[in-house]
Design a protein around this ligand. Sequence first.
Ligand SMILES: Cc1cc2nc3c(=O)[nH]c(=O)nc-3n(C[C@H](O)[C@H](O)[C@H](O)COP(=O)(O)OP(=O)(O)OC[C@H]3O[C@@H](n4cnc5c(N)ncnc54)[C@H](O)[C@@H]3O)c2cc1C
Length: 466
Amino acid sequence: MNSYDVAIIGSGPGGYVAAIRCAQLGLKTAIIEKYSTLGGTCLNVGCIPSKALLDSSHHYEDAVKHFEEHGIDIPGDIKVNLKQMIARKQSVVDQTTGGIDFLMKKNNIDVFQGLGSFKDETHIIISGEKETEIEAKNTIIATGSKPSSLPFISIDKERVITSTEALKLKEIPKHLIVIGGGVIGLELGQVYKRLGAEVSVIEYMDRIIPTMDSGLSKELNKVLKKQKFKINISHKVKSVERKGDEVIVKADNKKGEEVEFKGDYCLVSVGRRPYTDGLNAEAAGVKLNDKGQIEVNEHLQTSVKNIYAIGDVIKGAMLAHKAEEEGVFVAETIAGQKPHIDYNLIPGVVYTWPEVAAVGQTEEQLKEAGIEYKVGQFPMRALGRSRASMDLDGFVKILADKTTDEILGFHMVGARAADLIAEAVVAMEYRASAEDISRMSHAHPTFAEAIKEAALAATDDRALHV
Ligand SMILES: Cc1cc2nc3c(=O)[nH]c(=O)nc-3n(C[C@H](O)[C@H](O)[C@H](O)COP(=O)(O)OP(=O)(O)OC[C@H]3O[C@@H](n4cnc5c(N)ncnc54)[C@H](O)[C@@H]3O)c2cc1C
């Protein structure tokens, strides 16, 4: 029987990154994946394919709506070739997952294909083409998550679908009903909106992207409405019924009145649930909490000392980069180091266009904690760069401590917010004040100038270009 210092169950961004870091630290490492490709949700049916489709649909929308104004004439009709769009997405996925195979080989990590189940604390049975048993001094559970649904919805994967099916539709919906106004629903909704579908979003809470700063929700709501999204907040879905090629969704609105939506596809994007099916966690004595997550302490250790858990299967934001940080954290912990993760500095991004990005505390959180803060806000439309590219929507908002000027929160809607958030993370990691940022040179003309201007606004109401 093969014996390892560390066995990792699940090869998503949490698992494969943990494996690489373990190998770098000289630990003999194995990774177990039940699917035929490595990379987990993120690479196969999550972050990467959704961004590939967002990029393709963005190009199409630009061609249809903006090329003429830019002075680019295309003779004849511009048409979507959905089959090719989906095929390109798949080739991006294949290249990326293939890259993980390479990284595993390069780092001498043994890859086992099959379902990993605990036999006991130190033994794992892998059921693949043949059954194999391995021994591991330490195990990292990185089994991720699966789409969740509502108890009365039956996902048929044809017309009533999850994000996984939405990434490989064979036709553009005429009317896509999206249940859930969170990140995944809005991103995939925007893909099909750009390709010509009517899109209705139904959200239970009183705002879309409800976990983010309410200023971001408001701005994104405004922008999406301009893009002709139909957004229905404070609506409680109570039934989803398929009749032939039609899907009928019934919901109660804020006043308690029944509202009916009829579409040809319904994307159920109401969140994701931790995934532990087939893991046989009980055999090792690993405890789950009442949300089905694996219970961990501050070292990400489960109820069993030598078994750790990371990523979507434990508490916290379901994000690839959070899973990656935890993968490195656990590898270094096993190697005897004392790593640290600042969860407050894990950014959140929505890859709609304009993009939405945030890090640190929201205004709601600061108010609730009784922390006195000041706000510096700057509109994207005041930038020369925004006018040059016709990306005028959005703003940067910096929240700084009223007394010390330390940046406590950074919230942005705007072009390339997903990349620009890195500046805020760096600044906050080094506990910068708003004035620190306001005194740094930002290249002109760039979208990043909005960050400097918002910092100036927060410092002393000194923004230059408003
Ligand atoms: C449509 C969509 C878009 C997303 N976009 C983003 C984004 O832009 N940015 C971002 O940060 N996050 C995004 N996410 C979330 C991101 O994909 C997850 O947070 C991330 O993949 C979690 O990583 P993980 O390693 O914890 O688990 P996962 O990526 O879910 O990987 C878990 C792996 O474990 C395997 N597994 C499970 N049980 C077993 C077992 N018993 N034996 C063997 N293998 C097993 C599974 O097959 C899977 O491959 C998106 C998700 C979706 C669905």
